[in-house]
Ligand binder design. Structure first.
Ligand code: ZN
Length: 243
């Protein structure tokens, strides 16, 4: 039997996005051109994004204190690569163009998170840090969390050099399992496998981890790609909200 795609393609006024049917919170993995930077709303509801700096900072979006329009304005000036909220009524999101967008949902505590994970943030541990923060701040239990991995650069295209390989080697025993075609000073990094392991390490169950199995660099019609387009591609928005 030929495998069906893991994702659904959906359309709306804002453009085309992908969604993962197994993931329990409303979410959108935007394709190229989904939403404009000047109108960050989905169905009239603000999408809160932060200023992403390739680190492991997490912004808690506290919707008890502010309306979502104010939260949106405040967050856009804050440096953070992950956002989490228990507030209903608004979206939180991250922008990527090859980096990995990770969405997390806790159906028990009704909390969601959106994570921007490039190799820098990933190796800093932003996925595990976010899950730990959900536990300490909201009382989430990792084995109840659901995860959705959006489109990102695949191991087919993600060539990395000495800087990344040295970091992997220094921090992660058995790091070679995430690197293909390893040769003198370069290799191809499997960011998705790395993030999956980080999730599993915290106890997220394999059947609760959903992923879009498309490469942003290969799929030029659908996605923006930093590697394909050069220094400033139009980023793609991935967003999630509390059900
Ligand atoms: Zn590729």
């Amino acid at each position: 039997m030929k495998g069906a795609p893991s994702y659904r393609v959906e359309h709306g006024a804002a453009g085309i996005w992908l969604a993962l049917p197994g993931f329990g919170a409303p979410h959108r993995f935007g394709t190229k051109g989904f939403l404009s930077k000047t109108n960050r709303t989905i169905d009239g509801t603000p999408v809160v994004t932060a200023n992403q700096v390739h680190k492991d900072g997490i912004l808690i979006v506290d919707a008890d204190r502010r309306d979502w329009g104010t939260l949106q304005a405040e967050a856009s000036a804050a440096d953070a690569d992950a956002l989490a909220t228990a507030g209903a009524g608004g979206w939180i999101g991250v922008t990527t163009a090859d980096c990995l967008p990770l969405l997390v949902h806790d159906p028990d505590r009704r909390v969601v998170a959106a994570v921007h994970a490039g190799w820098r943030g990933a190796l800093m541990g932003i996925a595990t840090t976010t899950m730990d923060r959900l536990t300490t701040r909201f009382g989430s239990r990792s084995n109840r969390l659901e995860a959705a991995i959006g489109p990102h650069i695949g191991v087919c295209c993600f060539e990395v050099g000495r800087a990344v390989l040295d970091l992997l080697e220094a921090r992660f025993p058995g790091w070679q399992r995430w690197v293909e075609r390893l040769s003198e000073g370069k290799g191809y990094f499997n960011l998705r496998a790395f993030i999956r392991e980080q999730l599993a390490e915290r106890g997220v169950e394999a059947d609760r981890i959903h992923a879009v199995d498309l490469c942003t660099r290969c799929e030029a019609d659908l996605f923006s790609s930093y590697r394909r387009e050069g220094r400033s591609p139009q980023g793609m928005l991935s967003a999630v909200r509390v059900p």
